[in-house]
Design a protein around this ligand. Sequence first.
Ligand SMILES: Nc1nc2c(c(=O)[nH]1)N[C@H]1C(S)=C(S)[C@@H](COP(=O)(O)OP(=O)(O)OC[C@H]3O[C@@H](n4cnc5c(=O)[nH]c(N)nc54)[C@H](O)[C@@H]3O)O[C@H]1N2
Ligand SMILES: Nc1nc2c(c(=O)[nH]1)N[C@H]1C(S)=C(S)[C@@H](COP(=O)(O)OP(=O)(O)OC[C@H]3O[C@@H](n4cnc5c(=O)[nH]c(N)nc54)[C@H](O)[C@@H]3O)O[C@H]1N2
Ligand code: SF4
Ligand SMILES: [Mo]
Length: 688
Amino acid sequence: MENNKKNVVKTLCRMCDDHCGINVYLENDEIVDIDGSNHYWNRGRICVKGRAGVDLFNGKDRILKPLKKANGKFVEIGLEQALNEISKKMLKIKEEYGARSFGIWKGEAVGFAQQEELARRFIHAFGSPNYFSNDSQCFVGRWIGYSLVAGSWMAQPDFENSKCILLWGANPPNAHPNMTQYIMRAKGKGAKIIAIDSRLSHIARQAHVFAQVRPGTDGALAHGIMRLLIEKDGIDKEFIRKYTQGYDKLKEYVKEFTDEYVERETGVDRNILHQIVDFIIQGRPHVINYVGNGLEHHENGINNIRACACIDALVAGFDQKGGNFMPEGFGQRKLTLYDELPLTHLKPIGADKFPVLYEYRQECHTMTAMNTILSQDPYPLKGMIIIGANPALTNPNTKKVVKALKSLDLLVVRELFMSETAELADYVLPAASYLERCEMHCHGMHQVVALTNRICTIPEVQDEYQFLHDIAHSVGIGEYFPWENEDKLNEWLVEPTDVSIDILKQNPEGYQYKPLRYKKWEEKLNNGEKPFNTKSGKIELYSEYLDSLGYDGLPVYKSPDYIENKDDEYPYTMITGARKLIYYHGRNRNFKRFRTAISGPEVELHPVDAAKLNVKDGDAVIITSQIGSLEIPVKIRHEKEIMPGMIQITHGWKEANVNLITHDDRFDPIDGFPLMKSVKVKIEKKEK
Ligand SMILES: Nc1nc2c(c(=O)[nH]1)N[C@H]1C(S)=C(S)[C@@H](COP(=O)(O)OP(=O)(O)OC[C@H]3O[C@@H](n4cnc5c(=O)[nH]c(N)nc54)[C@H](O)[C@@H]3O)O[C@H]1N2
Ligand SMILES: Nc1nc2c(c(=O)[nH]1)N[C@H]1C(S)=C(S)[C@@H](COP(=O)(O)OP(=O)(O)OC[C@H]3O[C@@H](n4cnc5c(=O)[nH]c(N)nc54)[C@H](O)[C@@H]3O)O[C@H]1N2
Ligand code: SF4
Ligand SMILES: [Mo]
């Protein structure tokens, strides 16, 4: 609903990565309200976080001046002085230890497109391969898992036209509110919704089938589904023959996943397993396996995700109408320098242990970085710029993160507010919010691109481009940042395409750069091209590449450690990170309207466990893992919502930061994701 206040500017919301179209209302140059615009993606709707963009922009606690730490306290300094001092210190580190001893880290708050590419470009131009980000504990597990099997990950599948939607460890009502509408519209048109989750999540309540899996066991369920699809003759043999490799090996392997085994391992009743398979068969090929964050953060995460992708393959769900649609790009220029300056000889941090992470994502391993800072092995890492991230709250093993970041010779944090990470910095620089930047964003599902609108600028508050540009010019790499500002950069990015800046400006709610085309694999095969963007050009049910690196070629299932090595000392299993609609990782706690809705952290517990521990709502418990301890109040959930023996804690609370007890020393061996779910813990009541 567009209201009729004056001075409306259209742009995209970035209170989360969904980039809904919004109208921003201004009165006397003040932002007074935000509502949803008629953009392709959100069609007029907006969520509560989107509205709270007003609170973010106008926040009284916003950092608006550069801060420098002197004698343990921050003092305000001028921007020029800050940039000068930072540049000098960067050059000193480069001279003393080499460029690779400096890194950059971009966080979720600046997103995954332009700002990420800028950070990557900057650090490579400086001569260091050490680019870090939140991504490698965010969506990279899904991205790599799906890329290994099918050549790309579809963050926005064609829900609306689907006939059967399997949601694996994903909860769109909290995490992607407007995506939920697509799923509900499909349901209205007769699609079957299947939620596979360890908790009775909001989407599970809307589903036709709810499979409550024990944490980390999704791979066993996926293999059980594949066995039954094959047994019930529910697969597309022609597609498998033409477009996949490794089917025979997979077919043999999934035989192990009998009804009995799946039921025992996952906790999912065999009738539910059969019901899921029947719905997939009725819906194929308009079937979507959509994987959320719930399958990552486990030690067998990648293979569990690969197994989900293999289901899509068996029913030919890829790039189908109502399937896992594979969007086309519009050909904009790329900003990264990996082709020109690969810098692999400089030993990117973690690339030796997690070669797949580096090869597929050109990204270093943040947990290894903390060890490198503290041990200086295999070389010193002495300085870091952190943009839009708060790893002192969001990375595992907080104590170590704090110790490592504190010990850097130079830590620069670009922030809107004083975060736990900014507290550790030598310099905190005020950053432009999404309302003060101008960047491009594509909505894959609609093949729509939009350019965001810079609503205003604030003196001394730079956007990321301007900051990197200025530093680049003072540290001798200005040639890589020749564009005077982000507008000029945007012009350069779209230059070779049919989409001009003028077109983008005329279409603030997005411009569809190409009509949607399905089944592009068919066309590609007929043209003699590789149908899928994998190593072999086929869908890889078996990966020769992984095999050549010493991993299993098949998406082999392994029981989580808490099942395999049951430990009486740590009898509970903890999952973390189930999203609350209003909070975003560590963000939004400073908005009053949200703080009154959910006032603090809590551990979600089954009533049977609460009785065993003799605790009631609000009582404090101490939770201990092999990494550390945490004190937190109890919230008893309904018996159907969570399993006995399992607890859930949402991250992002400094008052009880769950990452004090998550693992930075146990990983998925392929992508290096840390163990933030399936963590073995013990719980004790805190006596008053
Ligand atoms: N409001 C809000 N929205 C957000 C975010 C936020 O912080 N707040 N974060 C954004 C980001 S960066 C991301 S990556 C996305 C994540 O998006 P989603 O993955 O859709 O969101 P989650 O709430 O993490 O959902 C994960 C679900 O997995 C379940 N789960 C946990 N362990 C397992 C398991 O082993 N197996 C299965 N099957 N389920 C399991 C949890 O109970 C939970 O319901 O959300 C994005 N959207
Ligand atoms: N235990 C546990 N930990 C988790 C997860 C989990 O499920 N469980 N989820 C993980 C996931 S999926 C992710 S994506 C990561 C997220 O990890 P981070 O990227 O570290 O996430 P945030 O806490 O949102 O930190 C973003 C910071 O950027 C600031 N900011 C906001 N807007 C802007 C801006 O426009 N510019 C700049 N420069 N700064 C801005 C915010 O104030 C905030 O402090 O957390 C991970 N951590
Ligand atoms: S879902 Fe909400 S927070 Fe995310 S982009 Fe849309 S309006 Fe903004
Ligand atoms: Mo994420």
